[in-house]
Design a protein around this ligand. Structure first.
Ligand code: ATP
Length: 368
């Protein structure tokens, strides 16, 4: 296992001129030895490029990377001692499940006894012990991908195990089980795992730390709770959560926050942010933290209710807030508990949007 430090950028085009020429913009980041990470972001944001730069399949066009302080930039995947699991099964159909799992160990000259022990352990973890003597050829796509996962996890001496959307071919129910299983396996094997996905549920279930990426940038690395409570970038606010964070344009007038024609006291968490010096900014509040309250309540403004949806364990209210000439009508969503007395579509509801959970953004970055 190794601590992985990146200080690099990558462009597939020679002589990149603008940000859009880069698949990975210049970044500095570290993956802790033994950590479980997810690289999360929409299609094309650079996740696979980052994974391939770590494995050595792609050489960064600028900068370097280190494993435990040693520069590995020019080393091959094999020299870097990386195991990789891809979207589709990479196994030998003519071999049995046990032989497939043993293959990476046999290649490294591990003793027969140790191979048998380790293959048994991995098969048990993945619940494929009963299939060890079957030929891989006859197995379902799900079972084959489990073998691929097993082959990725079987070696104890790897620097890291990299997964590129490994559950794509897996049936939805099994997918859910395997995500939990991988988390448990990480706990037991203490391998450094880096897992690429565009699915936030997958990332949040599996990883201790999630690297959120957009347009070639890693905009935040943090636990599920950190990404939820303190999105450092508006993209994280939007992308994480369902529905995503609400954003409203605001500015400072005297020592108050002005949204449309409504003025609010600056809350405790933004006292230090010199909002008056910034001028225009965005406030962000998660639908979970928008409170339904009464007229004139501190931190609340009137909203026109457009839709009220019962989504089982809670309700989602969609309403519009008038920000006047700043941005016209802005949609705000509130996620309310099933016990709340709901307004109807067409009503005016007072929504408390300034409270201790409100965040402040300048140029997409969180400032308070
Ligand atoms: N071999 C390549 N040559 C040129 N451009 C590439 C190559 N591979 C990726 N790109 C470009 O680099 C950018 C990042 O792609 P990458 O595959 O890393 O993103 P991703 O987040 O993994 O997307 P997906 O989830 O769709 O796989 C995209 O604009 C993509 O078109």
């Amino acid at each position: 296992m190794a601590q992985i430090d990146l200080d690099l950028a990558h462009s597939y085009r020679p002589g990149p001129q603008s940000d859009s020429d880069y698949a990975l913009l210049p970044l500095k980041m570290s993956f802790r030895d033994g950590g479980a990470y997810a690289l999360l972001g929409p299609s094309g944001c650079g996740k696979t490029t980052m994974l391939n730069v770590i494995s050595g399949l792609v050489q960064p066009s600028q900068g370097s990377l280190r494993f435990d302080g040693k520069d590995v930039t020019t080393l091959t995947p094999q020299q870097r001692n990386i195991a990789q699991v891809f979207q589709f099964p990479v196994i030998y159909d003519t071999m049995t499940v046990a032989e497939n799992l043993a293959f990476p160990l046999r290649n490294r000259g591990v003793s027969v006894d140790h191979i048998a022990k380790r293959v048994g352990q991995i098969a048990e973890m993945l619940e494929i012990s009963h299939q060890l003597n079957q030929r891989a050829a006859g197995l379902s796509a799900d079972a084959k991908q489990k073998i691929s996962l097993g082959r990725g996890l079987v070696r104890e001496d790897v620097s890291a195990v990299l997964f590129d959307e490994p559950l794509t071919v897996i049936d939805p129910h099994l997918k859910w089980q395997l995500r939990r299983k991988l988390k448990q396996i990480h706990h037991e094997l203490k391998l450094t795992l880096i897992y690429v996905t565009h699915d936030q549920v997958e990332a949040l279930t599996f990883a201790e730390e999630i690297v959120v990426m957009t347009r070639g940038r890693a905009v935040q690395t943090g636990s599920a709770a950190e990404l939820f409570e303190r999105p450092q970038h508006t993209f994280v606010g939007n992308f994480i959560g369902s529905p995503g964070m609400n954003f409203l344009p605001a500015h400072c007038l005297g020592n108050q926050i002005q949204i449309g024609s409504h003025a609010f006291d600056i809350p405790e968490q933004a006292q230090h942010a010199s909002l008056h010096a910034i001028g225009d900014f965005l406030i962000g509040i998660r639908p979970e933290y928008v409170e339904l309250t009464t007229a004139g309540h501190a931190g609340a403004l009137p909203a026109h209710v457009v839709r009220v949806q019962d989504v089982g364990t809670h309700w989602i209210i969609t309403a519009t807030v008038d920000t006047a000439q700043v941005a016209g009508l802005i949609t705000v969503k509130a996620r309310l508990s099933a016990e709340t007395t709901m307004p109807d579509a067409g009503d005016t509801a007072w929504l408390r949007i300034i409270n201790p959970h409100t965040r402040f953004y300048d140029n997409e970055e969180m400032i308070a």
